[in-house]
Design a protein around this ligand. Structure first.
Ligand SMILES: C=CC1=C(C)c2cc3[nH]c(cc4nc(cc5[nH]c(cc1n2)c(C)c5CCC(=O)O)C(CCC(=O)O)=C4C)c(C)c3C=C
Ligand SMILES: [Fe+2]
Ligand SMILES: [Fe+2]
Length: 342
């Protein structure tokens, strides 16, 4: 518990700007096994992420995943790491935060906190408390709700708030998978990438809308993520005028031996190559920022998989990142939550 050294100026009528807190997943400090170990340990020790008994999770994480996955993941992170800006997820989250702050203006103060790694949600909450913030709008950077991401981020937030004497008023955005402005932002980026590809003489024959997977059992237990991803995908495809034959909904990033949401992105890419498709487009509307799972898993590994089946060109659509339409969408979401507060 904070010892009360921080004084909170509770002066009604003279309130501080509203704090907007973006919750993002987080990324390792450095692309080395040493950087990956604490990150993976924190991530995969989260009971929302690996839903098994605590002792089995401890064994899996400490005896299998951390020792064997850390060096392999580090190698992948090295491929996407920028010498100056580091991890793309961190760099893009910083840019989104700055752009949203600028667009929202003087009545708001925007920052972000990472569920795993740095800067943590706890640092953000401490910062708000020291500043005397009294009202927070929490925006998980996950358009589709999943217990593995949204609820886990909120666990991190509530844990951080336990340390504070004064818990500010709070409004929490739960999801925005069918928000028209978010769909607009995804469609805008796909159209732009499609046009750029056509200028290079590449015409996608099939498009994939690929979402991060979760274990199938989590959906059976009530996680709405699959339903929400399906709805997002259909809204995007309809806006782009794609017929059923022109696109597929797939799920990527499977980890471990259990069944995850299907169809799998990697298997679909191989199969499309085998069916004679030469150019495929892949967009990932479940990710709001480019990261390992987009730049490397699709742009690099996905291309190899597609080629192994006989395909040639994979057009990867960047995530919405700090595209103006996405920052506008976030502004709309925040202002809706702020009703009555300003
Ligand atoms: C059981 C394991 C995992 C579940 C469930 C899971 C769900 C999930 N994850 C994201 C978004 C991201 N995941 C990222 C990386 C990543 N994910 C897992 C495992 C699970 N994710 C691991 C072990 C890792 C680390 C990298 C690796 O070793 O493969 C990232 C990228 C982070 C980065 O630094 O770039 C994102 C973003 C979602 C949206 C989701 C469920 C809906
Ligand atoms: Fe993940
Ligand atoms: Fe991955």
């Amino acid at each position: 518990m904070n010892n009360g050294k921080t004084l909170f100026p509770i002066t009604r009528g003279q309130q501080k700007p509203i704090d907007v807190l973006l919750l993002q997943l987080g990324t390792p400090d450095e692309p080395t096994a040493k950087g990956l170990r604490p990150y993976l340990r924190e991530f995969l020790s989260d009971p929302r992420v690996v839903e098994v008994s605590p002792w089995l999770r401890w064994l899996l994480v400490n005896l299998i995943i951390v020792p064997f996955r850390s060096p392999r993941s580090a190698e992948k992170y090295r491929r996407i790491w920028d010498d100056e800006t580091g991890s793309p997820l961190l760099d893009i989250t910083r840019r989104q935060t700055a752009a949203l702050g600028e667009l929202l203006g003087e009545h708001y103060r925007v920052q972000f906190g990472m569920r795993y790694g740095k800067p943590s949600i706890r640092e953000a909450i401490r910062n708000i408390a020291e500043w005397g913030g009294q009202r927070i709008i929490v925006v998980p950077m996950y358009p589709q709700y999943s217990a593995t991401t949204t609820a886990s981020g909120l666990d991190g937030l509530f844990d951080a708030l336990r340390e504070e004497r004064i818990v500010p008023a709070m409004r929490i955005v739960q999801d925005y998978y069918e928000d028209p402005a978010y769909i607009d932002a995804v469609v805008w980026r796909i159209r732009k990438t499609w046009e750029e590809a056509e200028q290079l003489g590449q015409r996608p024959e099939v498009s994939l809308l690929s979402f991060h997977g979760i274990p199938h059992s989590y959906v059976l237990a009530g996680d709405p993520y699959q339903c929400q991803s399906t709805k997002t995908a259909h809204l995007v495809a309809r806006r782009l005028g794609w017929s059923d034959e022109q696109w597929r909904l797939t799920f990527q990033s499977r980890l471990g031996p259990s069944e995850w949401l299907q169809p799998y992105t990697d298997k679909t890419l191989i199969a499309l190559g085998e069916q004679g498709v030469k150019t495929v487009l892949v967009a990932q509307p479940g990710f709001t920022a480019d990261c390992l799972e987009t730049i490397d898993e699709i742009g690099y590994e996905g291309l190899e998989e597609f080629r192994s089946g006989g395909g040639e060109t994979l057009v990867r659509v960047p995530c919405v990142n700090d595209d103006p339409p996405f920052i506008e969408a976030l502004k709309g979401i925040v202002e809706r939550e702020a009703q009555g507060w300003l």
